[in-house]
Design a binder for this molecule. Structure first.
Ligand code: C2E
Ligand code: CA
Ligand code: CA
Length: 560
């Protein structure tokens, strides 16, 4: 394809002369001054390959034109030749400063002009090619390798050193977007360049080391394998450096380590493994590096398929409510139930212990919790409609749902929608959630109590701040953690029993009823009764069961 040359010249005769010299080889466009020239250049369909400009013109002269030209990145690789009438070194210097590529003199010499135009176009093409090559190898922001080159270099290094052990490190900055929004993108870029400089510095001292910027704030290194202690030292050093770099912000790096096993395996695969390990650091302020284990890959795979299954499962009503009865120890009678979700897939049942932690990580739990609450309200409504005076039903609130600022309203509105008296709809919140954000939770729980809901503190005794929590927060019932029941017959039994007895005494002082969970044996029941525990829940009495089964069990003469 023909290249296009733009002639910028107010003198018509000069324009015609230049036109005759160039029109055999190029497609030629004309402009009478800088302003017209800029219009032509900005129009993308013109795709100009070179510009010849006069200096003295009306409206916008050559200097002004050059000034705009050189400050427009879009034109940075379009060569510009200045045509001058006399050799005036002062104006030439000025033109060069503004980015002129070459000069031609009046009167015109056809051959010289043809050569100069040809040369600058070739130069610009070469430059563009080189730039392209650069971008294929280097990250334009930091100037270090991009992943492709890292992969190539690393492959070579691994191949040439079959006797050496290597590791791949993948790291990024925890909450880099926050850093960006606090200090601005520019500062964010500067931080990335600082990290790249560090890599260069370390890399220049290492015989065997490759590194690159993978994407955004993520970097990769391949170097000889070292043990945990050295990795920790490395991280400490890195963190110190970052702290010195930015004192107003705690920059936290997350590192994942993959020890290379099979040197001929795919390098991008190794990077993925290291990246997976680094993800374990998220939300963990104590440990800032993790070493890849096969289990990590598995649980992520499992988690991903669980997430993609969730939406469909919801529609297909694969989430089913089970009810586990609670018994009063005074008369050994059924006195209520806890709703426990079951996921019935065509392949079988998935236990909540598997999918709830996953849903809590990705936030889907809020949807599921709401679904369970709504289904539970519907269930209670259906009992009331059948003229039954049901026992209260408790539902679980995930700690994650407590971050929903509308949680109190949502729960209240549900019970209004289904016309369910709050006293029949009890709420279980696990003890450790109270320590997540005590202020907010305390307030929400108080509001719910004011609406008439009963609050049960679930898994009481599982954390180590239980007693502290009790001082600050008003709950209505304590659910004693299952772990106290697990020790029957073991050496720890005496200790557990003494704790249980004390907790129950303490609860009595605070006028709090206690439900013991996980009761599986007769001896446990007798012991609990002897120390004044009022309620129990556990396999000894009943396992979680489908709704129909619960109805049969609960709504009989002997229980009512
Ligand atoms: P949780 O709230 O502490 O529920 C009690 C768990 O203990 C239930 O497990 C129950 O089936 C089990 N269990 C009851 N009696 C016994 C016993 O005698 N021995 C033993 N070994 N276990 C007993 P499940 O149903 O597998 O649920 C596990 C956890 O999943 C629950 O612990 C709760 O934290 C969560 N979960 C279950 N359903 C829901 C739900 O609808 N929403 C939310 N947010 N979490 C739920
Ligand atoms: Ca519970
Ligand atoms: Ca529990």
């Amino acid at each position: 394809m023909e290249n296009t040359v733009l002639i910028v010249e107010d003198n018509e005769i000069n324009r015609m002369l230049l036109m005759t010299i160039l029109e055999d080889t190029y497609h030629v466009l004309e402009a009478c001054n800088g302003r017209e020239a800029l219009d032509i250049l900005r129009d993308p369909k013109n795709s100009v390959s070179a510009v010849i400009t006069d200096l003295i013109m009306p409206e916008m002269d050559g200097y002004q034109f050059l000034e705009v030209y050189s400050s427009t990145p879009q034109f940075s690789n379009i060569p510009i030749i200045v045509s001058t009438s006399q050799s005036d070194s002062e104006s030439e210097v000025k033109c060069l400063e503004y980015g002129a590529w070459d000069f031609i003199k009046k009167p015109y010499n056809a051959q010289i002009i043809q050569f100069r135009v040809k040369n600058v176009i070739e130069r610009s093409e070469l430059y563009a090619l080189r730039q392209l090559r650069y971008q294929e190898q280097f990250d334009t922001l930091t100037g270090i390798y991009i992943q492709n080159m890292f992969v190539r270099q690393t492959k070579k290094m691994l191949k040439e050193n079959p006797d050496k052990d290597f590791m791949i490190l993948h790291f990024d900055i925890s909450q880099f977007q926050v850093y960006n929004s606090v200090f601005g993108r520019r500062e964010g870029d500067k931080l990335l360049c600082h990290i790249a400089d560090l890599l260069r510095k370390v890399g220049s001292k290492q015989e065997y080391m490759t590194y690159c910027r993978v994407e955004a704030d993520a970097f990769c290194i391949c170097m000889p394998a070292v043990d945990k202690e050295l990795i920790q030292k490395l991280m400490d050093w890195f963190q110190k450096d970052l702290q010195a770099y930015q004192r107003d912000y705690n920059i936290l790096p997350n590192l994942g380590v993959y020890y290379v096993e099979d040197k001929s395996a795919s390098i991008p695969g190794m990077i993925d493994h290291a990246k997976l390990a680094s993800k374990e650091c998220k939300g963990n302020y104590i440990q800032n590096y993790y070493i890849y284990t096969e289990k990590m890959g598995k649980s992520i795979q499992e988690a991903q398929s669980i997430v993609s299954d969730m939406e469909r499962a919801m529609k297909e009503e694969q989430f089913v409510l089970y009810l586990q009865p609670k018994y009063g120890l005074a008369e050994y009678k059924l006195r209520g139930a806890e709703v426990l979700i079951r996921w019935l897939t065509p392949e079988g049942m998935v236990s909540p212990g598997k999918f709830i932690p996953v849903f809590e990580k990705n936030g889907l739990i809020m949807k599921l919790d709401y679904y369970v609450w709504e289904q539970s309200c519907k269930l209670i409504r259906s009992w009331l409609d059948r003229g039954i005076e049901p026992f209260p039903v408790s539902v679980n609130i995930s700690r994650v749902s407590m971050y929903n600022p509308r949680i109190v309203e949502e729960i209240y509105e549900l019970t209004v929608k289904y016309n369910v008296p709050p006293r029949l709809f009890q709420l279980e919140l696990t003890e450790s959630a109270y320590t997540d954000n005590p202020g907010t939770i305390k307030k929400a729980m108080q509001q719910l109590q004011e609406y008439g809901f009963t609050i049960l503190m679930d898994d009481f005794g599982s954390g180590y701040s239980s007693l502290n929590v009790l001082k600050d927060i008003s709950v209505d019932v304590l659910k004693l953690d299952m772990k106290f029941m697990a020790n029957t017959g073991s050496e720890n039994q005496k200790r557990s029993e003494s704790i249980v007895a004390n907790v129950i005494r303490l609860a009595k002082d605070l006028s709090l009823p206690v439900i013991a969970e996980g009761v599986e044996e007769k001896e446990q029941v007798e012991f609990l009764k002897s120390v004044g525990c009022e309620y129990v829940q556990g396999y000894y009495f009943a396992k979680p069961m489908p709704v129909a089964e619960y109805e049969k069990l609960a709504f009989t003469e002997e229980n009512m």
